[in-house]
Design a protein around this ligand. Sequence first.
Ligand SMILES: [Zn+2]
Length: 69
Amino acid sequence: MKTLTCKDLGGKCDYKISVETWGDAVKTMTAHVIEKHPDVAEEMKRMHEKDPEKWGREMKPKWDAAPEI
Ligand SMILES: [Zn+2]
């Protein structure tokens, strides 16, 4: 299990995302920004349309670097 915060993943609060896999982190973060930060969700959507790999490329290393807890 690893923990990242919303901020770590390009969001704007300290909401903690504690999950087993990167896939779950993406799902949890996506649901969180849609609910709490519609502007961030909109920005991520635009980024995804331009370059679907960009967000993962920038955020995945943070996941990889986070300690296993
Ligand atoms: Zn947040």
